[in-house]
Design a protein around this ligand. Structure first.
Ligand code: SF4
Length: 437
C-alpha cells in the first residue's frame, strides 16, 4: 500500500519526458540548428523517427494533443504534401547515414487518414531512409478503425499498436466526450491480432470526471480480460487554462486529490495482481514484453513517448509540432499547421523553437531519467541535494547513501516530485504542469 502524503503532491511537476522540459523551449533555436544536427549524424547512427498526424475523426474533450478535426479533405491533403516535403528534406540532409531503428506514427490519430494514404506515407519513409529493420508503431483511435486498416497494418509489418481506450465506463466516456463501447475495443483487438500485429498497448486514465474507484477497477478488469501486452495508466490533467477544449469537462465532477491518489494506487495494485510488471510510474507490461525486459535489464529509457526500450539517442520528429531530440539540443517544429506548410513548402526545415542542452542539463537529465526508469541515480558531480530531498528522506521514500540515491518501493507515486528536486530550472509552477498523481 502506498501512503498518502498530500503535502508532497500539492506542487504540480513536469512529466519529464525530456530534460530540460518543453516548458524551457524558447524562440531562437530553429531550422539552422536542426540542419546542423542532421549534418552531424555519423554513418550508421541509430535514429528513431516520430511522424505526427494532427487530425482526428472526433475530438475528445480532455485531449491535450495538437490535433484538429479531419473533416476537410483539402486541409489534410495539403498537410500530407508538406509532411512529404519535410520527410524528403530530412532524408536529403541525412544522406543515408542514419539507420532508422524505430518509426512511431502518432498524433492526433494516424487512422484519421485512409488506410491507403497511410500506407503510401509509410512506404515513402521506408523508401527514403535506411529503415529495413525499423520497428513500427502506430497510435490508433478505435472509433472509425476498420478491418481494412488492420489488414494494412499487418501487411506493412507494424509491430505495435497503441489503442486509445481511456475508460470503458460509459457515463465516464460521456463525461469526457469519447464514447466507444467495449465491443468496439474488442473488435479492434481481434482484427489486429488476426492481422498479425504482435503487440498491443492500451492507454487508460484515472482521475476522470465522475470516475469512481469501482469504475476504474471495472475498466481495468475488462481491459485485462482483453489481454493487451502493455497498459499505460495516466492521471488526467485538468488544465483548461492551457487546453481550452477541456472547458467542456465538468470540473466539479473531478475526483479530489485524495481520490486520485487512491485510484492510482488501486490501479497499480490491480494491474500488478493481474500479472503485469510495473514500468516506471505509469506503464505496465507483461513480463516477457520488451519494455518489461528493459526494466529488468536496467536499459529502460524515457523520451517524448513515455517509457521506452528505444536505445537511440537521436529522435527526429516529422510534422507540425513534432519534437526532435539530439544529445545537445531539442528542437520543435512550428505548431501552426498553416505556418508549418508555408515553411516546408518554401524548402525550409520547420523547427522554430527549442533549446540547447549544456553539460549541467545533461547531467541533471541523466539523473532524472535514471530515477524515473531505474529507481536509482548516481548523484556524483551534483551539489549536495540533502536539503531538497529532506521531505522524502524523512518519510523513508528515498535512501541517500553517499552519492547513491535509491527510491523505495513506496516512492512510486512521488517519483516525479522527487525528480523535480533535480530540475535546475524552476521551483515547480502550479499552473504549467499536472499533479504528480
Ligand atoms: S483521438 Fe486521441 S488525439 Fe484525437 S482528440 Fe481524442 S485523445 Fe486526442
Amino acid at each position: 500500500m502506498w501512503t498518502y502524503h498530500p503535502e508532497l503532491l500539492e506542487t504540480a511537476v513536469p512529466r519529464y519526458t525530456s530534460y530540460p522540459t518543453a516548458a524551457e523551449f524558447h524562440d531562437g533555436p530553429g531550422a539552422a540548428d536542426m540542419g546542423a544536427a542532421l549534418d552531424a549524424v555519423a554513418e550508421g547512427t541509430p535514429v528513431s523517427l516520430y511522424v505526427h498526424i494532427p487530425f482526428c475523426e472526433q475530438i475528445c474533450w480532455y485531449c491535450g494533443c495538437n490535433t484538429g478535426a479531419a473533416n476537410r479533405e483539402a486541409r489534410l491533403a495539403a498537410y500530407l504534401d508538406a509532411l512529404d516535403a519535410e520527410i524528403a528534406l530530412v532524408a536529403e540532409r541525412l544522406g543515408g547515414r542514419a539507420r532508422v531503428s524505430r518509426i512511431a506514427f502518432g498524433g492526433g490519430s494516424p487512422n484519421a487518414l485512409g488506410p491507403l494514404t497511410f500506407l503510401t506515407l509509410a512506404h515513402r519513409i521506408q523508401s527514403l531512409f535506411d529503415a529495413r529493420t525499423a520497428e513500427i508503431s502506430v497510435e490508433i483511435d478505435p472509433r472509425g478503425f476498420t478491418r481494412q486498416w488492420a489488414g494494412m497494418l499487418g501487411a506493412l509489418g507494424v509491430d505495435r499498436v497503441s489503442l486509445g481506450v481511456q475508460t470503458l465506463c460509459e457515463p465516464v466516456q460521456q463525461a469526457i466526450g469519447r464514447v466507444q463501447p467495449p465491443a468496439m475495443i474488442a473488435q479492434a483487438m481481434e482484427w489486429l491480432r488476426l492481422a498479425g500485429v504482435g503487440s498491443i498497448n492500451f492507454d487508460l486514465m484515472y482521475g476522470l470526471p465522475g470516475q469512481e474507484l469501482s469504475d476504474l477497477a471495472a475498466t481495468l478488469d475488462e481491459a485485462c480480460a482483453m489481454a493487451p501486452d502493455r497498459i499505460a495508466l495516466f492521471g488526467y490533467a485538468h488544465v483548461p487554462h492551457l487546453i481550452p477544449r477541456q472547458r467542456r469537462i465538468d470540473a466539479t465532477a473531478l475526483p479530489d486529490p485524495r481520490a486520485r491518489f487512491a485510484q492510482a494506487a488501486a490501479g497499480h495494485r490491480l494491474l500488478v495482481d493481474r500479472g503485469y510488471r510495473a514500468i516506471g510510474f505509469d506503464h505496465f507490461a507483461k513480463p516477457g514484453d520488451p519494455l518489461a525486459m528493459a526494466a529488468y535489464g536496467g536499459t529502460l529509457r524515457r523520451n517524448f513517448q513515455g517509457f521506452t526500450d528505444d536505445a537511440a539517442d537521436i529522435l527526429i520528429g516529422l510534422g507540425a509540432t513534432a519534437i526532435s531530440s539530439f544529445p545537445d539540443r531539442i528542437l520543435q517544429a512550428e505548431k501552426n499547421n498553416g505556418r508549418y506548410r508555408m515553411i516546408v513548402d518554401a524548402g525550409r526545415l520547420p523547427q522554430t523553437r527549442g533549446l540547447f542542452r549544456n553539460a549541467e542539463d545533461r547531467l541533471r537529465g541523466r539523473v532524472i531519467e535514471q530515477l524515473l526508469c531505474q529507481g536509482k541515480a548516481d548523484l556524483s558531480n551534483l551539489p549536495d541535494m540533502r536539503v531538497r530531498l529532506a521531505p522524502f528522506i524523512t518519510r523513508n521514500l528515498v535512501r541517500l547513501d553517499g552519492a547513491s540515491l535509491r527510491l523505495m518501493p513506496e516512492a512510486l507515486p512521488y517519483a516525479r516530485a522527487i525528480a523535480a528536486c533535480f530540475d535546475g530550472y524552476r521551483q515547480p509552477d502550479v499552473r504549467r504542469f499536472s499533479n504528480a498523481i
